[in-house]
Design a protein around this ligand. Structure first.
Ligand code: BGC
Length: 415
């Protein structure tokens, strides 16, 4: 009882500190730099501002967060970590392992996070029994975004299978439009690869190669087939794809210059930010052959330890992120779905409602897998080694057979 009282007192003080007094600014390192991402970030900034907490922005562009993690390492090495950092999957575990993150257990206990955050996310939010990060959303990479008018004009229905997809791509190409809007950056190619591997081999195969790093599966014919499909996709992108940012690819679909983009559901944020509506202006569907299956990732805010206690502005940030109202308001704009199971889907559009339902169903049926491209299947060293092989193959440096061999080698070296 005494322990409980002490805990409640500490928790009450923590929350009071976060809400009642004027707290310092929070400095937040993140990679939300596109129009849609900035709109979502504003929901968080405004929430904190309403509590009297200022926001120091530290943006470092680049999906998957590779560049942001490099900047973070430099900041921590110089003894000056930010207050909070957008982080994915195994990167959170790595920083927690180094003892760099704050212990949020008092707040998490008071607010019952254990009961409402899905297991698959808790695996990364917690380290050694302690909450070290607050999950703000769940994104998924096995989506395709399409311009509805372009598809209607060409008489294309959303493809369900790989063969239907290739037939659709061929039709678009023949019309003179770009079939696939793609940005040639390693993380974007890896994002497409998530979906292609899931479609080609199914969830069990996906986990064998990306999570278990099973040599036989990595070197298999199924993996070669996945690379062959990447080469087919490559043949439907336009000539100027190299280095293009993902949101510029989204703009090509939004403007009707291209038919499809394969991208995580942050792409929906761009469509919404451009005033477009699902089912009217654009379509969202699962990458052909992956209906009912979900590659997930969760943006979490890891809080860097600032001493023995959680900073008051840190506690306010974490509490704001975890509030059900915020999770709805933020994710409606961001294109993702809530990181809590108790948030209604009422405010979400058709794609968001499908995202919420798909996530629930996939988790219940064993069809939920962690996104390799976004750090939810294996640690950064393996992920980056995989990126290198996937992107070299996409750019024609390797044929599919060589890519398979290189993938096996890359994993062996970095395991
Ligand atoms: C993040 C998303 C972000 C995307 C593009 C992903 O790694 O999880 O929140 O929108 O990168 O920047």
């Amino acid at each position: 009882m005494r322990k409980f009282t002490t805990m409640m007192t500490a928790a009450a003080a923590l929350l009071a500190a976060g809400t009642a007094t004027k707290a310092a600014d929070v400095e937040v390192l993140h990679w939300w730099t596109s129009g849609g991402e900035a709109a979502a970030l504003n929901v968080l900034k405004e929430d904190l501002e309403s509590q009297g907490i200022g926001w120091q922005d530290m943006p470092v562009a680049g999906g998957g967060g590779t560049q942001a993690m490099t900047v973070l390492r430099a900041r921590v090495t110089s003894g000056n970590p930010p207050t909070a950092v957008q982080m994915l999957g195994f990167d959170i575990t790595d920083w927690a392992q180094e003892g760099a993150l704050a212990d949020l257990n008092i707040l998490a206990g008071m607010e019952g996070w254990d009961d409402v955050v899905p297991e698959a996310l808790q695996k990364f939010s917690k380290y050694d029994g302690k909450w070290v990060a607050a999950p703000v959303n769940v994104h998924s990479t096995n989506w395709v975004w399409a311009n509805k008018a372009v598809l209607d004009e060409l008489g294309i229905a959303p493809p369900q299978t790989w063969d239907e997809f290739v037939a659709a791509l061929e039709k678009v190409k023949a019309s003179g439009k770009t079939a696939i809007a793609h940005g040639g950056q390693a993380w974007q190619e890896a994002t497409v690869f998530d979906a292609v591997v899931l479609s080609t081999g199914g969830p069990e195969f996906y986990n064998k190669v990306f999570v278990d790093l099973d040599e036989e599966a990595l070197g298999s014919d199924t993996m070669k087939q996945a690379f062959d499909r990447m080469a087919v996709i490559r043949s439907y992108v336009d000539d100027n794809f190299s280095g293009r940012d993902w949101n510029l690819s989204s703009a090509m679909v939004i403007n009707g210059d291209a038919a499809f983009q394969m991208m995580g559901d942050w792409a929906k944020g761009e469509f919404l930010n451009a005033g477009k509506q699902p089912d009217t202006d654009f379509l969202c569907f699962r990458f052909p052959g992956t209906e009912g299956k979900v590659t997930f990732l969760s943006d979490q805010f890891a809080l860097f330890a600032q001493g023995p206690e959680v900073g008051k502005e840190q506690a306010a940030l974490a509490a704001a992120i975890m509030s059900p109202n915020f999770q709805s308001a933020f994710n409606v704009v961001k294109g993702s779905v809530p990181a809590r199971t108790d948030v209604s889907d009422e405010a979400f559009d058709a794609c968001g409602k499908k995202g919420i339902a798909d996530l629930k169903a996939a988790a219940a049926s064993g069809n939920l897998v962690g996104s390799m491209a976004h750090g939810h299947a294996n640690p950064a060293a393996i992920k980056n080694a995989m990126y290198d092989v996937i992107t070299a193959h996409f750019n024609g440096e390797y044929d599919s057979e060589t890519a398979v061999e290189e993938l096996v080698n890359a994993v062996q070296i970095n395991k």
